[in-house]
Design a binder for this molecule. Structure first.
Ligand code: NDP
Length: 310
């Protein structure tokens, strides 16, 4: 029988644990963890993402604030701000929301963040730490996925994991984290030959592609655990009906908003084959925000010389 990997519940548990740890830190007289999010420009989606992380920190009893800069901000101005935040001892986590305006070079900016405050885990030093099995900050989405698998008692050691997608923010760190858990890991991408033959090997299949419903039943072996990272706005009524036949909620969402949010997995046709599967929405998405908050706590504990929370 297929079981749902419920990201909302997982995220709520992670938040509750983060809140308990933040409380314990305060009771022990430690400095409260603080996240600073930097938002350049007025992109509405970025405002929502940043807002949920900053609000999430406040809800678990941590300090958080957003620095809003105009879309005309120069790269030098942003780098100078990051230097100030790096030097500020009360700041534990720095998050620069992407995308940045075109006059700013994203990589130069992300590389300027102190790796010990890099709660997104994108800095080359943290990438290196992940692959060298050293303690560091790891990207929120794949870290959340490992947490969700473990919380649901899903066996990882010795399992064959296949990841579709090799981005720096999801696919590659997912591979590193699953390797850490002693999975046997394969990473696929757009040049992979005979993708279904490779993905059918998977005990654990992670789809991080950005192509609505691309992973069908022919990609999945019976009993696999299927993790759908994809998050796309699908605005094609016929395709929505093919992927979610008779789904009145999705149809209504399409009619009112002009799109419905879908993952990379053809959920309707894959779910019956899977042992566990994440829905979209309500699967991987909520974990990402929870893990950024948990990473801020982790960064603060590390910076204050406190032991890691298991
Ligand atoms: P990228 O576009 O950076 O990477 C997509 C990957 O998919 C690439 O490695 C690409 O291969 C691969 N790919 C594309 N087409 C195919 C194909 N036909 N067959 C096999 N592989 C293919 O995307 P991201 O990793 O940033 O994001 C992936 C998805 O996850 C998106 O929908 C995004 O919105 C979502 N996402 C969701 C998050 C959440 O919190 N739920 C967080 C982050 C992302 P190649 O390298 O060869 O081009």
């Amino acid at each position: 029988m297929t079981q749902i990997l419920d990201g909302k519940t997982g995220a709520a548990e992670i938040r509750a644990e983060t809140a308990a740890s933040a409380r314990a830190m305060a009771e022990a007289g430690a400095r409260p963890p603080q996240l600073v999010a930097v938002l350049v420009g007025e992109d509405p989606a970025s405002q929502v993402y940043v807002g949920s992380k900053v609000k999430g920190c406040a809800e678990v009893g941590m300090l958080s604030r957003t620095l809003r800069l105009s879309a005309e901000t120069s790269e030098d101005e942003l780098l100078a701000l990051l230097d100030d935040l790096n030097a500020d001892d009360a700041v534990d986590g720095i998050l620069v929301q992407l995308p940045l305006p075109k006059q700013i070079h994203e990589k130069r900016v992300l590389d300027r963040i102190d790796p010990d405050k890099d709660v997104d885990g994108f800095h080359p030093v943290n990438v290196g730490r992940l692959w060298l099995d050293e303690d560091g900050l790891t990207p929120a989405t794949p870290t959340g996925i490992v947490a969700l698998l473990k919380r649901n008692g899903i066996k990882l050691s010795g399992q064959r994991a296949v990841i579709v997608g090799r981005s720096a923010i999801v696919g590659k760190p997912m591979a590193g984290l699953l390797l850490r858990e002693s999975c046997t890991v394969t990473v696929c991408h757009s040049r992979t030959v005979d993708l279904p033959a490779v993905t059918r090997q998977a005990d654990i299949l992670v789809a991080a592609i950005g192509r609505p419903g691309m992973i069908g039943p022919e990609h999945v072996r019976d009993g696999a655990v299927v993790i759908d990272v994809g998050m796309s706005r699908l605005a094609d009524g016929a395709e929505i009906e093919r992927l979610y036949p008779g789904d009145a909620d999705r149809r209504r969402q399409f009619e009112t908003k002009g799109y419905t949010l879908v993952g990379d997995v053809d959920y309707t046709h894959v779910a019956p084959k899977a042992s566990w599967i994440t829905p979209v929405p309500g699967g991987v998405g909520p974990l990402t925000v929870a893990m950024v908050i948990a990473n801020t706590l982790k960064a603060s504990r590390r910076r204050q010389g406190l032991p890691a929370v298991p």
